[in-house]
Write a protein that binds this ligand. Structure first.
Ligand code: C2O
Length: 353
C-alpha cells in the first residue's frame, strides 16, 4: 500500500533529530476546509518554463529579486504568523514531514532514507518556488541551484555569504564562509589536502554515486517505503553528498550558540531547522537536478515503476494558500511541472576512478 498524504488532524509534536522535542509546533496552520475534501493538484496552464540558474553565476538583478522574495516571505511571519506561505511555516513543512509529527500506519512518517526522498523534495521546492514568484509578482521566478557537482560550485554560493541580507543565515557554520571548498564526502571530519585535490575527489565521488553505485532505480532512489514498512535505506545521492552538504553548512553539533543554547546542527544540520536556511532550497535544487542527470546517463536508470511509489501522496499549500494533495506519479517530469535547469557541464562523468 502506498503512503497516503498525512492528515493534518493527526499532526502532533515533533522531535529534534537526536535531540529533545521541538520547542514549538511545526504542524501547518488550520485548513480552510475539511481534510478529506482536499482536492488533487492540477498544474496551472503556463506559457514559459521557469529556468533555475546555477547559484554561483547569477547577476545582481537576480540576487536582488531573490532577496526581495525571501524578505517578503519573512515579513509574513511577523504580520500573519498563521499564513502557510510564511518563511517559518514553509520551513516547518520539512519539520512536520521529517521529525515525527505525523503518524501513518502506526509509525512516524519520515520522507528521508527511502524512495520518498526525491519526489517529496521536488514537490516541496515546486510550491516554494511558486510562492516566491507570487510574492514578487513574477511567475517566471526560478530558484537557484547549488551546483556542487561542478568545481565552480563547490563552495557556498557567494550571494548567500552577504551578512544582513535576507538569504544570509546566522546559524550557519562560519567555516563555510569566504569561498572555502567543500568536501562532498565528509560527515564532519576534515582532511588536510589542497583545494584542487578536494575538487577532484569530489568529482570522483560524484561519478561513484551517480554511475557506479546507482546502476538501477532502487539504488538511486532508496529503499521502498510502504504503509507500515520502512527499512530506512537512502539512495546513493541522498546519502552522499546530500547529507554531507547539510552537515557542512550547519553549525557544529554540541557547540554553543551566543544565547547559551546547545547546537543540534542548526540550521542546515537538522531536519527540523534545515528549511530555516534559504540555502536549503538551493541545495535541494541541485539534488533535484541530479535526478534528471541520473536518468540522462541511461542504461537502466529510469524512474521506478512500482505502484506503491507512484501512488504515494503528500499535501502542500499552493501560492494562493489552498491546500492540495499531490502524487509522486505527477512529479516525474520537471518540464511538465513548468520548470527546468539551466544546463551546466557535468565533468564528473569523466571521473571514473
Ligand atoms: Cu529533507 Cu536535505 O533534507
Amino acid at each position: 500500500t502506498p503512503i497516503p498524504s498525512p492528515d493534518l488532524k493527526t499532526c502532533g509534536r515533533a522531535t529534534i533529530s537526536d535531540g529533545p522535542l521541538v520547542p514549538y509546533t511545526c504542524c501547518p496552520p488550520p485548513m480552510p476546509t475539511n481534510f478529506d475534501t482536499i482536492p488533487y493538484y492540477k498544474f496551472p496552464s503556463m506559457t514559459k518554463l521557469r529556468i533555475r540558474p546555477p547559484a554561483h553565476a547569477v547577476d545582481e538583478e537576480y540576487i536582488a529579486k531573490y532577496n526581495l522574495a525571501i524578505s517578503r516571505m519573512k515579513d509574513l511571519d511577523k504580520t500573519d504568523p498563521l499564513n502557510p506561505l510564511g518563511f517559518k511555516q514553509q520551513a516547518n513543512i520539512h519539520c512536520a514531514y521529517c521529525n515525527g509529527a505525523y503518524i501513518i500506519g502506526g509509525k512516524e512518517l519520515q520522507v528521508h532514507n527511502s524512495w520518498l526522498f526525491f519526489p517529496f523534495h521536488r514537490w516541496y521546492l515546486y510550491f516554494y518556488e511558486r510562492i516566491l514568484g507570487k510574492l514578487i509578482d513574477d511567475p517566471t521566478f526560478a530558484l537557484p541551484y547549488w551546483n556542487w557537482d561542478h568545481p565552480k560550485g563547490m563552495r557556498l554560493p557567494p550571494m548567500f555569504d552577504r551578512e544582513g541580507t535576507s538569504i544570509y543565515d546566522e546559524r550557519r557554520n562560519q567555516q563555510v564562509r569566504n569561498g572555502t571548498v567543500m568536501d562532498l564526502g565528509s560527515f564532519g571530519d576534515k582532511v588536510q589536502t589542497t583545494q584542487l585535490q578536494l575538487m577532484s575527489n569530489n568529482l570522483t565521488l560524484m561519478y561513484r554515486q551517480m554511475v557506479t553505485n546507482a546502476p538501477c532505480p532502487l539504488l538511486f532512489f532508496g529503499a521502498p517505503y510502504v504503509l507500515g514498512n520502512n527499512v530506512e535505506a537512502p539512495g546513493t545521492i541522498e546519502n552522499i553528498p546530500h547529507i554531507p552538504v547539510h552537515i557542512w553548512a550547519g553549525t557544529v553539533r554540541g557547540s554553543t550558540f551566543p544565547n547559551g543554547d546547545t547546537s543540534y546542527g542548526e540550521d542546515m544540520g537538522n531536519f527540523y531547522s534545515a528549511g530555516l536556511d534559504p540555502v536549503f532550497y538551493c541545495h535541494h535544487g541541485n539534488v533535484d537536478r541530479m535526478w534528471n542527470e541520473w536518468k540522462a546517463i541511461g542504461g537502466k536508470r529510469r524512474d521506478l515503476s512500482e505502484k506503491d511509489w507512484l501512488n504515494s501522496e503528500f499535501f502542500f499549500y499552493d501560492e494562493n494558500k489552498k491546500p492540495y494533495r499531490v502524487k509522486v506519479r505527477d512529479c516525474l517530469d520537471a518540464k511538465k511541472m513548468g520548470y527546468d535547469y539551466a544546463p551546466m557541464p557535468t565533468p564528473w562523468r569523466n571521473f571514473k576512478p
